[in-house]
Structures are given as C-alpha cells and as structure tokens.
Ligand binder design. Structure first.
Ligand code: RIB
Length: 298
C-alpha cells in the first residue's frame, strides 16, 4: 500500500541576517536584524509536505544538542513523523543566510551531522521507503547514501524526485533512478555548463536535463516563473507578483507543493500552478519552513 511520502535530507539550524547589501572583501558591514530558524532543504521540504496534509516521514540526522531537539520539535508541528531522524556525534548542520531588501539571499551551509547519515540509518527506514508513493531527495547529505536510498526507492517502486540543490556532481546511477528533477537557474547552469537565466535558456536546459534522466525536468527562475519539459511538450508558468521579503526556502516549498500535486495525480500544468502559488506565499513572510502555508491557507 503506497500511502505516504518520505524525504531523505538535511536539517540545518539557520541564522538569517537581514541586511541592505553584502560587504565587500575586508569590509565590516552592519546588518539590520538576526532571525534564528529551523531549516535545511530536507526538513523544509518535509515540513511543506506535512503542512499540505501528506503523511510525511523525514529521514535525517541532527546533532545531540538543543538545535537538534528544536528542529525535531518544529517538524512535529508541521505534522512530520520524525522517528527516522537520528542523533549523531557532530553538531547540527547550520545555514548562514544573508537576506537582501528585495528578498533575494546568499546562503552558506555547514554540513555537520547531516553528513553522518549511514547505510544502517537508511536500512532502519526501509519499511517507510517501501510504503512511500513519492520519495524526495536534495544534495545536502552524502552522495553515496543518496544513491543507496534511491536504489531502495526504485526497488519499492517509489516515484523519485531530486531537487538537485546545492549543485553538486551526481553519479550516473542517480541519473538513472530519477523520475523528476527540479533545479533553479544557478543549478541548471551548473548541470548544463551553460549560463541559464532567461526563460528560453531555461527551456533549453530542461531539454538537456531531460535527456540525462529521461523524466520530467523543471527549472525554476524565481520572479520569472518556472519551465518544465516532459519529453512531449514545454510548459511555462509565470510567477505570481507578490511583495517579496524573504525567498529562503521558496524552492523547497515549490518542490513539496509539486510533490503534493503529483501525489494527487494532477497534470503538469495544474501541478506547476499549485507549486507557484504555494511558493509565492512563502516569500511574503520572513524565514523558511515557518513561512510555509498549510493547505487551508493556499
Ligand atoms: O533552501 C533553503 C535552505 O537551504 C535553508 O534552510 C538552508 O539551511 C539551506 O539548507
């Protein structure tokens, strides 16, 4: 019985600094405000799935510290089952995110306990992988663990989504496992080795990436919208104009809203429209997973 989704990924404790601009080299710059929040691409995506009402399991690792406990508790508030989140010996993963006045950001992460995930942690979650209709991955955990988990997900016939962020080399086997690939413009540039900024360039990138995975490929372009290619036709969904204050996690919200839509077997156009709507709500509020909407709000 396929009746849930699971996420293999990172949990990072985020420090968001709101500031007018980035400092130049050697300059000390005075920021405006510090916000501490629970983040990490994996946890954010699990939180958004939980908030949209999907039965969601998170597989990951945190440090045995106050941040780890806080992040697990926050996920529970978003209806995520956290029993497959283990505690490691390294400190928690961290995110240092600089938010500019237009909501755009510069982000640096510290891997921490996310990189202690082991094969035995994955084997311990095998039952839930078997039950998952869709399994979601990003690239903030060790590649060999992701590849191994994808092979289990394939064995149990899960639909495999990779949000290939942050851009990192992935293995040939992983390309074979992926059913749906989601990247933003900077990740698309990395994987295609071409500058991707315009809608036209994103459409070309989606064709290139489709040929690597032979599955649905989506390229998000922030305020310009998103494009997709499924081997038959191109799709484009414009962004919704909103007053953007912080785009942290907008890509995570988009990915999970897409997961929600595919879980309901909606078509690609309807799924992209829903994902666009959900991510547009998140950018109107400060923070990542705490700014993600529940289904009623959407
Ligand atoms: O996608 C946003 C997330 O990326 C942040 O929460 C940060 O922790 C990094 O993982």
């Amino acid at each position: 019985m396929k009746d849930c989704v699971s996420v293999l990924g990172s949990l990072n404790y985020d420090f968001l600094v709101k500031q007018k601009r980035m400092p130049t080299l050697g300059e000390t710059y005075v920021g405006d405000k510090l916000i501490e929040l629970c983040g990490g691409k994996g946890a954010n995506q699990a939180a958004q799935c939980g908030r949209l009402g999907l039965e969601t399991f998170m597989i990951g690792k945190v440090g045995d510290d106050i941040y780890g406990t806080k992040m697990i508790n926050e996920l529970k508030k978003s209806n995520v089952d956290t029993k497959y989140i283990k505690k490691g010996s390294d400190p928690c993963g961290m995110g240092i995110v600089h938010i500019m006045p237009d909501g755009e950001y510069y982000s640096t992460i510290l891997r921490g306990a996310n990189f202690e995930l082991s094969f035995s942690d994955i084997n311990a979650a095998e039952d839930i992988i078997r039950r998952s209709k869709i399994m979601i991955f990003q690239l903030e955990t060790p590649i060999e663990i992701i590849e191994y988990t994808m092979s289990l997900a394939r064995k149990y016939d899960c639909y495999i989504i990779l949000n290939a962020a942050p851009a990192t080399e992935i293995t040939k086997k992983m390309y074979e496992f992926i059913d749906c690939l989601i990247v933003n413009e900077s990740e698309a540039s990395f994987y295609t080795e071409n500058n991707v900024q315009s809608i036209q360039e994103a459409q070309e990138a989606s064709h290139y990436l489709y040929n690597l995975i032979n599955g649905l490929t989506i390229v998000t372009l922030g305020k310009k919208g998103s494009v997709a290619y499924d081997g038959h036709r191109d799709y484009f969904t414009p962004a919704i104009e909103v007053n953007s204050v912080d785009s942290t996690g907008a890509g995570d919200a988009y990915t999970s809203a897409l997961v929600y839509s595919l879980y309901q077997d909606w078509d690609i156009e309807k799924s992209m429209a829903f994902a666009t709507k959900v991510s547009s709500i998140t950018v109107t509020k400060d923070g990542g997973q705490n700014s993600f909407p529940f289904l009623e709000e959407v």
